[in-house]
Design a protein. Structure first.
Length: 263
């Protein structure tokens, strides 16, 4: 955590997206101190969710409390897959009832949203690419996420627009516009979709290394009124193993060339 915060400062990045396991390793109070002393914003805390699991509530309440302490702009919610399906583990006793799983997500959100509202935390529902529907997120489209968010105030429940997960959706521009009109865009995340996909989970690429046309997507998000932080979120073992300063320098160059200047 200390290295990541120092790297953001060294490279002039004004905000940092945090992951809960790293916050736990550093300690919540110490992480709060590090971030505030560095003058950084917390663009998001990742993640809450997995709402289809039977024991979802306690951990998500802790996640909301952590987001409040960090003054995070939002708590990213990866809602969970089919009940009983665990990422990376062989199938055992599971439910194959996809509509029922989505209903469980809606019921869980009804329990958590009031708690988040009391603490001033914005829950950000993240639709994931359909390849993750079984084990990570039964929300696959931005439209589904917006439908789920609809009963709640926009400042309590919003959505994440992640280019890796939504670039393929034929309704993505229509739904980005809808998200803007409803005031629901809580986070915009960018990385590239590699082809062929080298790994289902760790197959994200640096912008420009894959197939995504960032200009139209970024332009649509900007036209929808989003003015918050844009997060670069890359899950890739080769990127993680590279020199951090080189990675950030490349990221800044690609971001300015492919994401920002084409709005």
């Amino acid at each position: 955590m200390a290295e990541a915060v120092a790297g953001c400062v060294r490279h002039g990045l004004p905000a940092i997206g945090l992951w809960r396991q790293n916050v736990a390793e550093q300690g919540l109070d110490e992480t709060v101190r590090l971030v505030k002393d560095a003058g950084l914003r917390v663009s998001s805390l990742c993640r809450g969710g997995f709402l289809t699991a039977p024991d979802f509530e306690a951990d998500n309440r802790r996640a909301i409390d952590e987001a409040a302490a960090l003054e995070a702009a939002c708590l990213v919610m990866v809602v969970g897959g089919l009940p009983g399906v665990v990422p990376g583990e062989p199938l055992g006793e599971i439910s194959r009832d996809l509509p029922a799983a989505r209903e469980r997500v809606a019921e869980a959100l009804a329990l958590l949203a009031p708690y988040a509202a009391e603490r001033g935390v914005r829950l950000a529902l993240e639709p994931l690419h359909p390849v993750y529907c079984a084990d990570r997120a039964v929300l696959s489209t931005l439209g589904q996420a917006l439908d789920l968010a609809a009963p709640y105030a926009p400042e309590t429940v919003g959505v994440v627009i992640d280019t890796f997960h939504v670039w393929w959706d034929p309704q993505v521009f229509e739904q980005i516009g809808r998200a803007g009109r409803e005031g629901r865009i809580a986070s915009y995340q960018v990385c590239d979709f590699l082809s062929p996909l080298p790994d289902v989970l760790l197959g994200r690429g640096m912008m420009g290394d894959g197939v995504i046309d960032f200009g139209p997507l970024t332009g649509a998000v900007a036209a929808a009124g989003y003015a918050g932080d844009v997060e670069v979120e890359i899950f890739n073992a080769d990127v993680w193993a590279a020199d951090p300063d080189e990675v950030v320098a490349t990221m800044k160059n690609r971001f300015e060339r492919l994401v920002v200047t084409r709005v």
